[in-house]
Design a binder for this molecule. Sequence first.
Ligand code: G1P
Ligand code: ZN
Length: 543
Amino acid sequence: MNIRTVSTTPFDDQKPGTSGLRKSVEVFQQPHYLENFIQAIFDALEGCEGQTIVLGGDGRYYNRQAIQIILKMAAANGIGRVLVGQGGIMSTPAASCIIRQYKAFGGIILSASHNPGGPDGDFGVKYNVTNGGPAPEKVTSAIYDRTKEIDSYKILETDDVNLDKLTVMRLGEMGVEVIDPVEPYARLMESLFDFDSIRQLVRQDFQMCIDSMHAVTGPYAKNLFEKRLGAPQGTVQNSEPLEDFGGGHPDPNLVYAHDLVEIMFGDDAPDFGAASDGDGDRNMILGNNFFVTPSDSLAVLTANAKLVPGYKDGLSGVARSMPTSAAVDRVAEKLGVECYETPTGWKFFGNLLDADRATLCGEESFGTGSNHVREKDGLWAVLFWLNILAATGKSVEDLVRDHWKTYGRNYYSRHDYEEVDKERANELFERLQGMLDDLKGNTYGNYTVDYADNFSYNDPVDGSVSKNQGIRIGFTDGSRIIFRLSGTGTKGATLRLYLESYEPDASKHDTETQTALEPLIEIAQKIAQIREYTQRDEPTVIT
Ligand code: G1P
Ligand code: ZN
């Protein structure tokens, strides 16, 4: 066995963000860049020698090369066995499912999620721990610390592995299994949902359109919806994973999933539409001419969970990220279960799920999931919706409108200012931070500030504290304005402004969202002087 030890020097920008290390492909292709980070992972993980790890990615440009490098480095670092997805491809929720099913030590997932791919796009590396979920902060910090002092990495000199054939082989002394990444995941889905009644729904006069956006979910969606559930061929669009996602931006929202939006908001639109992102953990749900906000989606799933076999015994609790609307809070209250508010990022749900304090979790950023894995799960959410539609016989729109009638409507929107100057963005935050103590009691039109703070989270399971998780300005009527800086962008800074207002009166549930939020948008401008600091008149993306 020929293990080479290669000298290297640290890169100073390998701090994992909201979801792993995410950089442009160009950055990752610098000599030693990927290798340093992978070696830092192996160095930081105590006891990984001889263990099984899972490896796969969303199929974006540089995925295959990175998989070969990681396999050879794993072999050189004494890893016992690597389970790699066929073609090097595995969706993020499937990786989580496979880590758990095989009781693996952890997994390395190559993805920059919803960021564009291709030679000019982004690439990313995430490490997931034994529970199948994203590494918690103490692990990512240990990896980061290691990247700062690394001086060499180990790699096996050997031929590339054929990733396309399902096989069991050896690479040096390490076992490699190229596995079908779809089957274990599809079986897990069958164990949670009533496939018979969804099949019946799909056979009736019910039309749906699933957009995989040329990203990782294509093969999963074809297997689930067309093969197992009997939807007509072609139900899944853009189903072939491409290295550059067909030039698209694989983010399932009203802006980037435009093909689907055109179909779902056109004449004769199907009854149900859904899209998922680059690595398959996000979802967007649409009805005929109707958009379901992710925050409402979480609330509707929670309210109807008893209709779904996997959740029929009730929920232990629910959790949402802080910027996600409080729609689910009202459902939790009615159900008499706890509702947790966590910082942005799925890793914060891990402890709550492990401790069985929460069963369903969600984020406003098109992420929904449950304790079935430890990642958010796009196709799981689609199946959950289909199961509820089959069980209730209602349309998507009726289901949501009825929900609003019962619980009131949380008007909600996120405004992103992308690629703004980092320094100016920081200045905006510093200024806001300095104003917080004086905002309470201030009145803007009909709105009076109830509280203003920088969100801090005390994890109720392990007692860890995460500070500075976003600036919240809450008003006495329950409305909220939140400011955060993105932890996943790769260019400049992305300012996220989250807006929420609550309307209990059903006769006022037909206002267009941006119109309903107009007063709050103006207050946010006034308080934070967004235009001046970002030098943008309008947000780049509104979701
Ligand atoms: C964004 C979303 C966040 C999500 C993360 C990974 O992070 O806002 O909810 O968990 O992507 O998909 P951000 O860029 O805001 O740090
Ligand atoms: Zn994703």
